[in-house]
Design a protein around this ligand. Sequence first.
Ligand SMILES: Nc1ncnc2c1ncn2[C@@H]1O[C@H](COP(=O)(O)OP(=O)(O)OP(=O)(O)O)[C@@H](O)[C@H]1O
Ligand SMILES: [Mg+2]
Length: 498
Amino acid sequence: MEARALTRRFGSFTALDSVNFDLRAGEIHAVLGENGAGKSTLMNILSGLLRPTEGELLLDDVPVRFTSPADASAQGIGMVHQHFLLVPPLSVAENLLLSADKAKGGPLSWPIKDVLTETKALAEKLGWSLPWDALAGSLPVGTQQRIEILKALRGETKILIFDEPTAVLTPTETPELFATLRQLAAEGKGIVFISHKLDEVLALSERVTVLRRGKVVASLLTSECDAGVLAEAMVGSQPPQPLSQTHTPGPLPSTKEGGEVISIQNLTWGKLQNISFTVAPGEILGFAGVDGNGQTELADCLSGMAKPQSGEIRVEGVALIPTPKAVRDARIGVIPADRQKRGLALSMTITENLTLGVQESTGFRRGPFLDARALRNRAEQLIQRFDIRAEGPDAKASSLSGGNQQKVVIARALAGEPKVVIAVNPTRGLDVGAISYVHRALREAQASGAAILLISTELDEVLTLSDRVAVLFDGKLMGIVSPQTPREELGRLMGGAA
Ligand SMILES: Nc1ncnc2c1ncn2[C@@H]1O[C@H](COP(=O)(O)OP(=O)(O)OP(=O)(O)O)[C@@H](O)[C@H]1O
Ligand SMILES: [Mg+2]
């Protein structure tokens, strides 16, 4: 496939500016770029979801125009999106039927048996056995992703596009995905792979195209690059500062003198069993552990999304019955794991999203009404402070790039000088520069005395930022250790060894 001089404008904003891109059969071609560089926009054009404003697409040297994703799919192009598009209350088989090829008669005339037979054959070729009757929403993310891959893949698929597929995966799921991608490429399919992780790009791809603010700034052979070359191409003149260089360890938190901001006693809910710990002012307590060992449940309890069966949560000594409002009133800032489902109201503007939570504060009201001007000013300041790249405070959250959506969620959580911050995978999907920004923002909140719970599947992130590291396994707290603990020992704890 070849894209020639593709330009895409949204209103007066140019998201892609005369982009050239090509993909060969059997290659894995990585696309890199900062948050908002235009990666998803380009892929949405290649897969028929968006139309280019200017420029053309060629497939096997023949000009093509896609009228819809179904049209692109019929011509051999599939895409696995950055944010999954499965229908959670439907079964795996039903989800597959929904995306069944219209050309072959559509869901009504194409019996589910045929869809399943074809899909099962594909799954078998990839070595997967899937729970076809299970509800899609109940499955681990890695399995959901496999269903997305099967949806995108048909016998005649020539091109598969993966938009940040590893952002949601656990460290054990990523190598499995890579094996799948290599197998698909070996069958002669062209693969586009988007990632912010330079080591993944270096390990997997044959060529790399780098986008910066809508333009192609580099098109390289991976064998001729290293992480430094790629990082510089992405950000231009100012290479991003890796965290280890920007991080100056502050005084160790006053676990003894300062008492505790938040204390959890015998918390039990769902998978969680009898969890107890405290976090001191200015302390970051990291939670390490393989995804699915109680992290979600812990975050849900502490953010007011779930009511614990038993146990006690106290903030500055005051018992907290966790509801979203009580959590807000206790000045607990929450960065939820799923920015689209829980972090944002996608159809609302940036200002409106940043207003949620302060709508009752006197500073933002005029009598019974919201003070629109004050709220807009505040939004403008937060957009500046958190480097949210968007058209302006009136841009809809749905129009933001994935990474910039994440920044809105983080801005809202940290804006009100929280006493406690619950951060779940706060840097998921962010580019290198934005990651060090978020790390600095968490450090600032720490320096101003907040107690921070950092729940992250990125072990490096947990170890670099945390003062103490708690390990969860199967809903139990295996121990709280120093971040200097040897990795093998951490690994053993994460695997459930006492
Ligand atoms: N529907 C839309 N309306 C207005 N602007 C849009 C729309 N879709 C994308 N944009 C803008 O186009 C730019 C590129 O967005 P895109 O989603 O392609 O970035 P990206 O490179 O995928 O970033 P990320 O790594 O954060 O996912 C962003 O500034 C975004 O706000
Ligand atoms: Mg994107």
